[in-house]
Ligand binder design. Structure first.
Ligand SMILES: [Zn+2]
Length: 82
């Protein structure tokens, strides 16, 4: 009976120790995760604009702008300005 109690206590200690270790590991992983996410993103930010005439969406770099107006092509820019 005495050995059973010692065995039970030992198992309880091991179980508790492993639980603590597991939670510490989780804590470590949780702390490492944001570090990986905070890596600077190399994705270029492309602003999409809509043509004032036909509403087609295109990157700002490819659009023709006139003041605040945005056009998809020279033809639409001329069409809008008469
Ligand atoms: Zn257009």
């Amino acid at each position: 009976m005495k050995y059973l109690l010692i065995f039970g206590l030992t198992m309880a200690v091991i179980w508790l120790w492993q639980g603590k270790r597991r939670s510490a590991l989780h804590e470590k992983m949780r702390q490492q995760k944001p570090k990986a996410q905070s890596r600077p993103r190399q994705l270029p930010t492309t602003e999409i604009v809509a043509c004032d005439v036909c509403s087609v969406h295109l990157p700002r770099a490819e659009a023709l702008t006139h003041g605040r107006s945005v056009y998809c092509s020279e033809a639409h820019r001329r069409q809008a300005q008469g």
